[in-house]
Design a binder for this molecule. Structure first.
Ligand code: SF4
Length: 566
């Protein structure tokens, strides 16, 4: 029987409850949407006692579904003021599920300023223990200390100083299954600040002595569907497996989709693109002894992750991804992988979202704080956030706040969250997602790279945008999106997995309904929190400025987009 672990930081209690039957067909993001609607006042202060920090696992997390042991971190976002789910690979979900823990709910606020660590030991005993010796540490030093105390096999979820200080651009970091470093990030929406408000510095989960078992409705059916998924992915490895997500740089850059110079819509110089593309990345790994093709979580067969070393061959960071290259690289006119990798490491260590950070730095460049392409200047701005200078504290509040403070008209954010690695004029489907997703501007909520989409019929774009979001919401209930892509070519895989694991009859429509219901719940929460269609719109410069790369503008009004979700 799966369990919910409820932790009250006011009383210091930890209690196990049976996982509710009515939640059984939700996981990850959908579970967050359900619980937020059931238990959290949408109008609450995100950093106040009524908000809850939720850690949830996928619908099929109890099974050995490859890429199905992802962790969703959620609550009311300190960055957007709306519902938030940020998901992450790494070690934690696998270990929680070994204990039969489907979900953790952390609630209330402590009555004093004492920091705690939530420790789940081998027997499953959950306890809040004092964290005095760890306060003030960033994620790498913290992880080393915790691994020294609890052993190398534990999984660790933690916040750095960004979360402690309440930066609204703060992430929750999780240890990576391949490297053991805190390099996996539930990055978006300021979940680090929410955990920090609860005065939880880290969650440490040990391997379970008695591993939870699962009652399959039809194990043979499940195994057959799982085999099809694994065989499909491993027999035709994508660029994500053979290189990593950085393999996207050439294609996305060539289509004018990669953000350039604070979403100017320009095409990035092709010679410069070659310095940060998949080939350059692979050459760098070869030269410095880095590695690609690594799994961030146990059982992953896509293995898009990597270890990136510095020029002397020493570990610098892991999980360097396309989005970081796009936002900290081309969007800031920085074409140097070593600098981008350093930015990635600093962000992981402090506990910052690299997407929001890159967008914030570009806004500073637009404001003239530092020149375009200034590598040292960009690193210095992150250092200011680490040092907690007055300007650093402002930077930690994210792109929208910084843009407003510096008087920058072209600030790329929706619902207070920065856009990610795609210029919306050159793929309107992403533009619809940025505008209307309950998460704020977030490509993972629905991405389709469609050149010339501005030429496509309005209704087609709108319905495709809505469908993509429902599709990705389904994915976020189940597994990592790169694994989910592997289910697309064979419509029998997902129904087979669901019927084999849970029983009943499943078809594509019923599976898609999970995502649609998730979106409905999220939109209901945001509506009750006070969001209106006025919040579902891109910044005006995407409507006014033609993208020089393609001649496209974004031309879908908020009224158009509202119709896609009735
Ligand atoms: S595909 Fe990449 S992000 Fe997804 S689980 Fe595997 S290594 Fe992690």
């Amino acid at each position: 029987m799966s369990k919910t672990l409820r932790v009250n930081v006011q009383t210091g209690t930890t209690n196990y409850e049976d996982f509710k039957k009515e939640y059984r067909e939700f996981g990850g993001r959908g579970l967050i949407a359900k619980v937020m609607n059931d238990e959290v006042n949408p109008k609450c202060d995100p950093l106040g006692k009524e908000n809850k920090l939720l850690l949830t696992t996928g619908i099929l997390g109890e099974t050995p579904l490859p890429m199905g042991h992802r962790l969703s971190v959620g609550g009311k976002s300190p960055l957007t003021g709306g519902i938030k789910e940020a998901n992450v690979g790494g070690t934690i979900a696998t270990l929680l599920l070994q204990h039969g823990i489907k979900m953790v709910i952390i609630e209330d606020l402590p009555s004093d300023d004492k920091w705690k660590i939530l420790v789940i030991d081998k027997s499953g005993k959950a306890e809040l223990v004092p964290a005095d010796e760890y306060v003030g540490l960033n994620n790498y030093a913290l992880t080393e200390k915790l691994q020294a105390k609890y052993g190398k096999k534990v999984g660790i979820l933690s916040i750095g100083l960004a979360g402690e200080r309440g930066y609204r651009n703060s992430s929750v970091q999780v240890t990576d299954a391949s490297t053991g470093h805190p390099s996996r990030a539930a990055a978006r929406g300021g979940m680090g600040a929410l955990l920090g408000a609860k005065r939880i510095k880290a969650v440490v989960v040990d391997e379970a002595t008695n591993k939870a078992t699962f009652d399959y409705a039809n194990k043979a059916k499940y195994d057959a569907a799982r085999k099809k998924l694994v065989d499909g992915i491993t027999s035709r490895p994508s660029g994500f497996s053979t290189v990593g997500t950085i393999s996207n740089v050439d294609m996305v850059g060539g289509m004018g989709l990669i953000p350039v110079k604070n979403f100017s819509g320009e095409l990035y110089d092709s010679k410069k693109l070659k310095k940060i593309n998949g080939d350059a990345f692979m050459a760098k790994l070869k030269k410095t002894g880095g590695k690609n093709g690594q799994p961030c979580q146990a059982g992953c067969v896509v293995r898009c992750s990597n270890t990136y070393n510095d020029s002397k061959g020493n570990y610098l960071t892991s999980g360097l991804e396309y989005e970081t290259v796009a936002l900290c690289g081309t969007n800031c006119m920085i074409d140097d992988l070593d600098t981008i990798a350093k930015m990635d490491r600093m962000c992981d260590d402090l506990g910052l979202d690299t997407i929001e950070t890159g967008a914030t730095i570009a806004v500073c460049m637009e404001a003239g704080k530092i020149p375009w392409g200034d590598k040292k200047g960009a690193l210095k701005l992150i250092q200011e956030m680490i040092d907690g200078t007055e300007f650093g504290k402002l930077l930690g509040q994210g792109t929208a706040v910084v843009g407003k403070e510096l008087g920058v008209k072209r600030t790329p954010a929706v619902k207070g969250q920065s856009l990610s690695g795609y210029d919306p004029r050159n793929s309107h489907i992403v533009g619809i997602t940025y505008s209307t997703s309950p998460m704020g501007a977030d490509h993972t909520a629905g991405v389709a790279m469609m050149p010339n989409s501005d030429q496509m019929p309005r209704q087609f774009r709108l319905s495709m945008g809505a469908n993509m979001q429902a599709n990705m919401a389904t994915c976020d209930n189940l597994m990592c999106m790169f694994g989910f892509m592997g289910t697309m070519g064979d419509a029998t895989i997902l129904p087979g997995l669901m019927e084999g694991a849970l029983g009943g009859e499943w078809n594509t429509a019923k599976i898609n309904a999970i995502g649609s219901e998730t979106l409905k719940l999220e939109r209901a929460f945001n509506k009750a929190a006070g969001f209106t269609i006025d919040d579902d719109v891109l910044p005006s410069f995407f409507y006014d400025e033609v993208a020089p790369s393609t001649g496209a503008i974004f031309d879908l009004s908020k009224e158009d987009m509202a119709k896609a979700f009735v």
